[in-house]
Design a protein around this ligand. Structure first.
Ligand code: MG
Length: 222
């Protein structure tokens, strides 16, 4: 019998759309620096890809913050060092404002969580940083603390997904063993495989089919 369910966040509880956020951020930077928005977006994507494809950088939470990639991009584009701090801050405020506003929310998710929360302790393991994760949870669920008791984020694990540490930390906080928990996520590589390695049962789901969980979970028993 499961005692807790651990959910991934992005792509599992809601969908994240960043297209308009990137475009607003690049337009803002164009107005501030005169560098064409297209050039900014291209360089920004290139910097992020480089960080993600470097085995060492990819697992390093500090380097996976958007702040790090954006600062690096602005330096590469020749923006003066004295401007970079405030420019990065202002751009990220615009970026996150748009990401949170554009979050794709499915009402069935909250309904399903409400019924699951009556039977199980619910936790989140997300490689989103805590502050931004909370912004997303506020937008998607309002009073999210009534569903989610524990949030495991990169600040706690010291690394990014896929890492078993997300589940090890969750089990430590929940004081539960692998047989007592169920992991629900949208990515085999990032969510399900690390859980399976620890002997944890898993379900793959996306927000639009989330309500099926109430039928699926009882069939996953042991
Ligand atoms: Mg995900």
């Amino acid at each position: 019998m499961f005692k807790a369910i651990i959910f991934d966040a992005d792509g599992t509880l809601y969908n994240v759309k960043t297209k308009r956020a990137y475009s607003l951020a690049a337009d803002f930077l164009f107005r501030k620096t005169g560098i064409p928005a297209e050039t900014i977006n291209m360089e920004w994507k290139k910097t992020v890809d480089e960080i993600k494809s470097s085995a060492e950088d990819a697992a390093e939470p500090q380097k996976r913050q958007r702040k790090y990639a954006l600062e690096k991009t602005l330096l590469r584009l020749g923006v003066g060092k004295e401007k970079i701090d405030s420019l990065t801050q202002e751009t990220l405020d615009i970026f996150w404002g748009a990401v949170i506003y554009d979050l794709e929310i499915f009402p069935e998710v909250a309904k399903t969580l409400e019924s699951l929360a009556k039977k199980y302790v619910i936790a989140i393991t997300s490689e989103e940083f805590r502050g931004n994760l909370i912004l997303k949870l506020n937008r998607a669920f309002g009073d999210w603390e009534k569903y989610f008791k524990i949030l495991i984020t990169p600040e706690i694990t010291g690394t990014m997904k896929p890492s078993e540490k997300y589940y090890l930390k969750a089990m430590e906080k929940l004081k539960l063993s692998p047989e007592e928990i169920l992991v629900v996520g949208d990515s085999d590589e990032r969510d399900l495989l690390p859980a399976k390695k620890l002997g944890i049962k898993t379900i793959k789901i996306s927000p639009c089919e989330f309500s099926k969980l109430t039928e699926i979970i009882p069939t996953i028993g042991r």
